[in-house]
Design a protein around this ligand. Sequence first.
Ligand code: ATP
Ligand code: MG
Length: 420
Amino acid sequence: MSTFQAPKGTYDLTPPRSATFLAVREAIAAPLRDSGYGYIETPGFENVELFARGVGESTDIVTKEMYTLTTKGGDQLALRPEGTASVLRAALEANLHKAGNLPVKLWYSGSYYRYERPQAGRYRHFSQVGAEAIGTEDPVLDAELIILADQAYRSLGLRQFRILLNSLGDKECRPVYREALQTFLRDLDLDEETRRRIEINPLRVLDDKRADVQKQLTDAPKLRDYLCDACTAYHEEVRALLTAAGVAFEDDEKLVRGLDYYTRTTFEFVHDGLGSQSAVGGGGRYDGLSEMIGGPELPSVGWALGVDRTVLALEAEGIELDLPYTTSVYAVPLGEEARRVLFGVVTGLRRAGIAADFAFGGRGLKGAMKSANRSGARYTLVAGERDLAEGVVQLKDMESGEQNAVPLTEVAAELAKRLG
Ligand code: ATP
Ligand code: MG
């Protein structure tokens, strides 16, 4: 170990576990790519104001969890705590919404930073794959996104996850509900911080994890009873589309999620094998966000799935992804001359698109063959002085154990043929 360790709340991704992370990112991205979502990448930090406005001044993310910094030039920046505000900012900046092709469908993958109390499944640096569909209000779009996330999880073999669904109403009906809720909450026995929350963002009180708070919320007014006709119809349509697609969900009246910008459809993916950090992903509609950050009216919907927790969910279900070995051919040189010749062969194989690796460092046959085994390569190439004198290499099939001499000039073609 060196003098240094990964900072608190972070961990390194190292082989072989890192391969699972890559595969999870890929599995989440694949259905999006196949459904018209284009890749977007934004900076790891943004102007702090973007998140203050876009995520919400009253959210835990902005009040407690953001890594903020002042640059030497005096700019106030924040490491990105989430993706949606950045992606919308970038889409507006690039005028993607003006290209006459709405919705703008985007997907992203990257690192996010939140100053949280580290626990299993909760880190200060974590990774998400997300999707946003910008500029269209259409229940089919909400359904599409939920279905694609479901498809991604299923493709990984996950089964013990559930989809929680709710509607948060819109700018017509939500304020009426908000007031009714505030009136109810003000009469409860709550601490100072929670009382402040009642005034700033009362819906978030419903999200309180404490049992004594939850007990008092049993008779809280329900948002469902306040939804306007348009919101009710919209929500029923989303539910019907999910049902038609065979995607099971649970109506969860208390699901409000931590971000201020959500309207109408809200959902969360929870996994039952993860203990208290059970949310593996979440999202919803954010019809007001564009205007909140100075853009035009652009009703949008999106989600973000946590890669770290998805990997934990795989482990909880005992799922080992079937990750193919990356090396097809492993070359073992015996002696100086063989090193040069076989390295040339390996370079040629690689250029021909055949994945090949090499026993570096002039190791003996036994140690090198161990590495060849560990690499998972289907074939090894072994060459010593006598082989070179005859212009051949020994080609060994690691599965059958069969070995035969192949002329140096024909190795690449022979391997290409055998590997199909
Ligand atoms: P939680 O309620 O667990 O704090 P959240 O509502 O803050 O989650 P979102 O902002 O919706 O989470 O982020 C989407 C997903 O990103 C989460 O479902 C989770 O998988 C992942 N995620 C969020 N925060 C963390 C974290 N600190 N460490 C690891 N993964 C995280
Ligand atoms: Mg959180």
